[in-house]
Design a protein around this ligand. Structure first.
Ligand code: C2E
Ligand code: MG
Ligand code: MG
Ligand code: MG
Length: 282
C-alpha cells in the first residue's frame, strides 16, 4: 500500500504492516527457541461416553510464551507449518505423548486411557515419519494401541498412496487413526474407504448450531451414518451444552469431547479428573 509522505514522495512503507511483520518475525524467532526453552507443554482433554465415563483423551499443545502468555495453537501451528518448525514440534509432541502414556501405565486409574495426538500433514509427509513414531514407541515400551493419531482431511489431497502406505505400516504395529474435523475438508468417500481409519471426529462447527441450524443437524446425522456404514467410531467435538449433547445422542453418537465435560488441562489436573470420585485426592 503506497502512502505519500509529508514531503510529497511516494513511499511503499506502511507502519502498520511493518509492525505486523516485525511481530511475526519475533514470534517466529521465539517459536524456534520454544522447544529448547521448555516453553511447550501438552494439555489433555477428556473424551467420554454417553454416561460421562472417560474413554480417552486428546493431547493439545500449549505454548507458554514469557511475554504473551499462553499462545493458542490456532495461532502458532499454522506459523510452525509455514516455517518448517512443525517437524521438530511434531516430534516433540509424539515423544511427550508416549512418555505420558508410559507414566500413566503405572497408575491404575490411567492405565486404560487411549491418547489421541494431532499430526500435521507436513509431519506425515516426512520420509522418516513412520520410523520416528516407531522409535518413540519402542523407546518408551508403551503399547502402540494406546496411541491414536489424528489426521485432517487436507493430507489426503497431497499424496494418497503414500499416506495410505504409511498409515498401514503404523496400523500393523497397532497404532490407530482418526480423521479430525471431518466434514470440513474435501476428501471423497472413495478415499475414506481406503484409509485404515478407526474413528471420525465431527467438527465442532457442525455441533455448535446443531439445535438451531437444520443443515448442520443434517450434516451431523450424515457423518454419523457414514461412520456407522464404514464401521468407524464417532466422536463429536466441541460439545458445550446439554442440548447439543441430547441431539448427538439422539442421532446415535456415542463419544463426546467438549467443554461440557472438561476443558483441556495440564496432566496433573487431568489425572485428578480420572481418579474415581471418593478416592482421596492429594
Ligand atoms: P483440534 O485437533 O480439532 O482440537 C480441538 C480443539 O477444540 C482444541 O483447540 C480444543 O481446546 C477445542 N475445544 C474442545 N472442546 C471445545 C468446546 O466445547 N468448545 C470450543 N469452542 N472449543 C473446544 P486448541 O487446543 O486451541 O487446538 C486448536 C487446533 O490446533 C487443534 O484442533 C489442532 O488442529 C491444532 N493442534 C493442537 N495441538 C496440536 C499438536 O500437538 N500438533 C498439531 N499438529 N496440531 C495441534
Ligand atoms: Mg484433534
Ligand atoms: Mg478437531
Ligand atoms: Mg480443529
Amino acid at each position: 500500500q503506497a502512502k505519500s509522505s509529508g514531503r510529497n514522495m511516494v513511499c511503499f512503507f506502511d507502519p502498520e504492516m511493518q509492525a505486523e511483520m516485525e511481530q511475526r518475525a519475533e514470534l517466529e524467532k521465539d517459536l524456534r527457541a520454544s522447544i529448547r526453552l521448555n516453553q511447550l507443554m501438552l494439555y489433555y482433554q477428556m473424551q467420554v461416553d454417553e454416561s460421562g465415563r472417560i474413554v480417552g483423551a486428546e493431547a493439545l499443545i500449549r505454548w507458554r510464551h514469557p511475554r504473551r502468555g499462553m499462545v493458542s495453537p490456532a495461532e502458532f501451528i499454522p506459523l510452525a507449518e509455514e516455517i518448517g518448525m512443525i517437524i521438530p514440534i511434531g516430534d516433540w509432541v509424539i515423544e511427550q505423548a508416549c512418555a505420558q502414556l508410559k507414566r500413566w501405565e503405572m497408575e491404575p486409574a490411567m492405565r486404560k486411557i487411549c491418547l489421541s495426538v494431532n499430526v500435521s500433514p507436513r509431519q506425515l509427509s516426512q520420509p522418516w515419519f513412520v520410523e520416528q513414531v516407531k522409535d518413540a514407541i519402542e523407546k518408551t515400551g508403551i503399547r502402540a494401541s494406546r496411541l491414536k493419531l489424528e489426521l485432517t482431511e487436507s493430507f489426503v489431497l497431497d499424496d494418497v498412496e503414500e499416506a495410505i502406505e504409511k498409515m498401514q505400516e503404523l496400523r500393523d504395529i497397532g497404532i490407530r487413526f482418526a480423521m479430525d474435523d471431518f466434514g470440513t475438508g474435501y476428501s471423497s468417500l472413495a478415499y475414506l474407504k481406503r484409509l485404515p481409519l478407526e474413528q471420525l471426529k465431527i467438527d465442532q462447527s457442525f455441533v455448535r448450531d446443531i439445535a438451531s441450524d437444520k443443515s448442520n443437524a443434517v450434516m451431523v446425522r450424515t457423518i454419523i451414518s457414514i461412520a456407522n456404514n464404514f464401521g468407524l467410531e464417532i466422536v463429536a467435538e466441541g460439545v458445550e451444552t446439554d442440548d447439543q449433547f441430547a441431539f448427538l445422542i439422539q442421532y446415535g453418537c456415542n463419544r463426546f469431547q467438549g467443554y461440557m465435560f472438561g476443558r483441556p488441562v495440564p496432566p496433573d489436573e487431568f489425572e485428578r479428573l480420572c481418579k474415581p470420585s471418593g478416592e482421596p485426592q492429594t
